[in-house]
Design a protein around this ligand. Structure first.
Ligand SMILES: [Zn+2]
Length: 121
């Protein structure tokens, strides 16, 4: 598995790296590229202007090979989100926020929060 720190930031929606898009906008624990923003805007426009039409799941149109080639991107999102989450927790700890409060926010116990994140400190 590649080192997460060496991986370029990727769009959390399409998986493209920052180097392949014009702009990547960072949100809390995720990114979206200009192309996905444009696509999202067109989907929203469409849904506001037309009666709701059931959407065909994107998987229907993909071959096994296409799905297999996509899953490493999905896995990379997890790594990226985990890295971002750790940096948020690190900042909270730097501010003196307790493991109990961090755990409560994440819906896990103080002990679980400590076990999951304290290795970074
Ligand atoms: Zn994208």
């Amino acid at each position: 598995m590649p080192d997460a720190a060496a991986e370029p930031a990727r769009c959390s929606f399409c998986g493209k790296p920052a180097t392949e898009v014009d702009k990547l906008v960072a949100g809390p624990g995720m990114y979206i590229c200009n192309e996905c923003v444009a696509l999202s805007a067109s989907i929203i426009d469409e849904s506001l202007n037309r009666p709701a039409v059931p959407r065909v799941p994107v998987w229907e149109s993909l071959t096994d090979e296409e799905m297999l080639s996509h899953i490493p991107r999905v896995a990379a999102h997890i790594t990226q989100a985990e890295t971002d989450l750790r940096s948020w927790v690190r900042e909270l700890r730097r501010r003196g926020v307790t493991w109990a409060r961090i755990g409560e926010a994440l819906g896990i116990t103080r002990q679980s929060a400590w076990e999951r994140f304290s290795g970074e400190e």
